[in-house]
Design a protein around this ligand. Structure first.
Ligand SMILES: Nc1ncnc2c1ncn2[C@@H]1O[C@H](COP(=O)(O)OP(=O)(O)OP(=O)(O)O)[C@@H](O)[C@H]1O
Length: 712
């Protein structure tokens, strides 16, 4: 579709495909905060499927739903949203944006980023530019080292050509004109310069490699930090859409690929470009005809390269996706080795890995074949490029229209120029790799947290602990999980929630910690809606012990200390004592300094739970939640955990979620949840007297216990 211009609303349409359009928005150019604010405001608007606002290029890219919006409407919404950001916000963001580089003018770095963003992949350039800003680094130093190194690499073959011309002909006339007539003196000058040049070349080669490496590593670190920070800003709902393997792949795969690209491609491309410019200029001075002949195959080479890039890009995406699949299977197998073995499913797993590996091998073979075909063709084309000017120069030398000096310089420059136009495959490979990595990272960084931080601070010490669920309704998707439930938990009371599997008990706790927000109704703490509280304050106020509490591959002591990192050793040991850990810690050869393995796998379920309880005791939150913590332990451990829980619950609001009713009989109130609704509430005795759902469950469990003890 033809691009049209519309200056009236500050947007200039650059390209439009069905459902996808890109506009220039000069007001956003080099205004990262403003761009971010506009992007935040556009994401989630009706009809907007994906939005990317790039300050580096000053462009807005939108994928929109054509059934809801026309192109013109999408443009109008963008302009209106920008206008609706509010003059004060825009001014504040503008001030902050422009204050960053100093004087508010467009600096050379930004200009270069903008140019690069329009020439190369905008996602990639923007990511690198953002990382540069964060790491406070630029590519200037490595670029300067590269330039010096390449200049010397061009000069050195030139010096050899000049030495040969002095040896084979009567000397170098410009030097003779300066009074240096002796061939030996001229040779000494060129030889000395050559030696000096070579020495400097190797010094700069070292500097070039190390400065590009330092730059790439700094960008990588900044990207890693940015991604890590962003992941932590996302809510559980958004995070649960990605597997942990996918999340790890952003760090191990994508960010590492961008570093690999920066270490190799820019220095290589810059090196080659300078070689072509410097060598081409020298050839032009010596013989423009020879240069023209050398350039004849270039259009063909460009065509070949374009075709190759398109095919390589497709192959590349396919291979990358297949590697991801393969890694996912590998990682799932490594994590679930015990399950695979217990189902004797090794052969099945090996077969599925083999099938994926075979598919990957075939795709890689297609990609490699395409690469080698391109290499062979481009080398052949270049050889033709070397032959033609060489033959011409020989004729010119024989006919006397080219001097020996000119001939030797010419022949030393032809390979410099033409070899620089080849060997781009690896650089292109790295570029494609980084381009797709940047695309994935951009999609991740564009995800918006659905949970927004509140503005009210609440000191943990000042919290009373009254919790109220008021007509709360919630569903993970369209299916409701909690249906209009209401419950008041007075401060310092212990309330239990019991009910069948899937009735929504854990969901209540997730809402309480604002991992998700309620769809309807509200939850209050001391009368304040949770959505108004600072998330950090809220989560500091809640201590959760659940079956899947994460334990780190560190010592027992360090795992408990995680509850309050500034606690003293005495406080940690007191928390461990309150959690009745002494007996099992004493059996460990290194006591509290025993490393417990990944996720605490060297310990039993009951031992892990006691560490988790000690961690929460150390945290000392005003609200304590126990989610299914005793379901997987024996009676003795359950009794130990129960004693610890009673100690914690004594002076704080406590919610116990349990299947085993024996662990909740002392609760001030027991609430029975069925299909997202509270169906019974009361004390243990009151509920037994009522002879409803709870009494039925109690009888079932009591009979089961009796049977167990008789069999035992
Ligand atoms: N992240 C999620 N995404 C989608 N659905 C979910 C998610 N977590 C839970 N559910 C669904 O919500 C319902 C309630 O789950 P919840 O974990 O709250 O139940 P529960 O009462 O704690 O069950 P259990 O006693 O087995 O732990 C279930 O149907 C479950 O499948």
């Amino acid at each position: 579709m033809a691009a049209f211009r519309s200056h009236s609303n500050g947007l200039i349409l650059r390209s439009a495909l069905p459902g996808r359009a890109r506009w220039d928005m000069p007001a956003l150019f080099r205004k990262p905060l403003l761009a971010e604010a506009l992007q935040d405001a556009l994401v989630g608007l009706p009809g907007f499927l994906r939005v990317r606002v790039a300050s580096v290029t000053g462009r807005v890219l939108v994928y929109y739903d054509q059934t809801q919006l026309t192109l013109t409407q999408a443009g109008t919404v963008i302009a209106d949203t920008f206008a609706g950001l509010g003059k004060n916000i825009v001014k504040t963001l503008l001030d902050r944006d422009t204050s960053a580089p100093g004087d508010g003018t467009v600096g050379p770095t930004t200009r270069i980023h903008q140019l690069l963003g329009r020439t190369f992949d905008a996602d990639l350039v923007e990511l690198i530019a953002a990382a540069e800003r964060e790491a406070e680094t630029t590519f200037y130093k490595p670029l300067a080292n590269s330039t010096g190194h390449t200049a010397l690499r061009v000069f050195n073959p030139l010096a050899i050509g000049l030495m040969m011309s002095v040896a084979l002909s009567g000397g170098f006339p410009p030097l003779a004109a300066l009074g240096l007539t002796s061939k030996y003196a001229q040779m000494a000058v060129f030889g000395g310069t050559f030696l000096l040049g070579k020495t400097l070349e190797s010094v700069l080669e070292d500097r070039k490699s190390s400065s590009w490496n330092d730059y790439a590593v700094m960008v990588e670190q900044a990207l890693r930090l940015k991604t890590f920070r962003h992941l932590h800003s996302l809510d559980m709902g958004t995070l649960s859409e990605h597997s942990s393997d996918q999340l790890m792949n952003f760090f191990h795969g994508d960010i590492a690929k961008i570093r690999g690209f920066l270490q190799y491609t820019p220095p290589t491309m810059w090196d080659k470009a300078l070689n072509i410019i410097a060598g081409g200029t020298i050839m032009m001075v010596v013989s423009p005809i020879a240069l023209l002949l050398a350039l004849i195959p270039l259009p063909l080479l460009v065509q070949l390269s374009k075709k190759h890039q398109a095919e390589a890009g497709e192959n590349f995406e396919k291979v990358a996706a297949e590697i991801e699949d393969l890694n996912r299977v590998l990682s799932a197998n490594m994590g679930g080795m015990a399950t695979v073995k217990s189902f004797a499913a090794e052969a099945r797993e090996i077969a599925s890995l083999q099938a994926l590996a075979q598919q990957l091998r075939e795709s890689e073979s297609v990609a490699a074949h395409e690469n080698s075909r391109f290499n062979a063709l481009s080398t052949y084309t270049l050889t033709m490029g070397i032959c033609m000017p060489l033959v011409y120069s020989c004729f010119a030398l024989m006919s006397g229209s080219m001097s020996m000096v000119g001939f030797l310089i010419q022949t030393s420059m032809i390979p410099v120029v033409l070899t620089s136009a080849t060997g781009l495959e690896q650089a292109n490979y790295q570029y494609q790799d980084a381009k797709y990595a940047a695309k994935r990272l951009h999609a991740l960084l564009a995800l918006q947290a659905k949970i927004h931080d509140g503005h009210r601070a609440l000191e943990a010490r000042g919290i009373g602990g009254e919790l109220v669920f008021e007509n709360v309704t919630f569903g993970y998707d369209d299916t409701p999980v909690l249906r209009d439930i209401s419950l008041t938990i007075p401060a310092n009371q212990t309330y239990a929630v019991v009910g069948t599997t899937g009735s929504g008990k854990s969901t209540l706790i997730k809402l309480l910690q604002r991992f998700y927000d309620v769809d309807g109704g509200r939850i209050t703490l001391d009368g304040v809606d949770l959505r108004e509280l600072h998330l950090k304050n809220l989560r500091e106020a809640v201590g959760l012990v659940s079956q899947d509490t994460y334990l780190f591959n560190a010592t027992i002591y360090e795992n408990v200390l995680y509850g309050r990192p500034d606690a003293t050793r005495e406080e940690v040991l007191a928390a461990c004592e309150a959690a009745e850990m002494a007996s099992f810690v004493a059996e460990e050869p290194l006591g509290y300094d025993t490393v417990i393995g990944e996720r605490g796998q060297r310990l039993s379920g009951g031992q892990r739970q006691r560490i988790s309880i000690a961690r929460t005791i150390l945290k000392n939150p005003p609200i304590f939640i126990l989610d299914e913590a005793t379901s997987a332990v024996d009676n003795k451990t359950e009794a130990a955990i129960q004693r610890s829980v009673n100690r914690i619950a004594a002076n704080r609001t406590t919610i116990i979620i349990a299947h085993r009713l024996s662990s909740v009989i002392h609760a001030d109130q027991i609430n029975v949840l069925e299909e997202g609704r509270f169906v019974e509430s009361g004390s243990h005795d009151a509920l037994l007297a009522r002879d409803g759902v709870y009494a039925h469950l109690w009888r079932l469990q009591t009979e089961a216990r009796q049977l167990e003890s008789e069999v035992g």
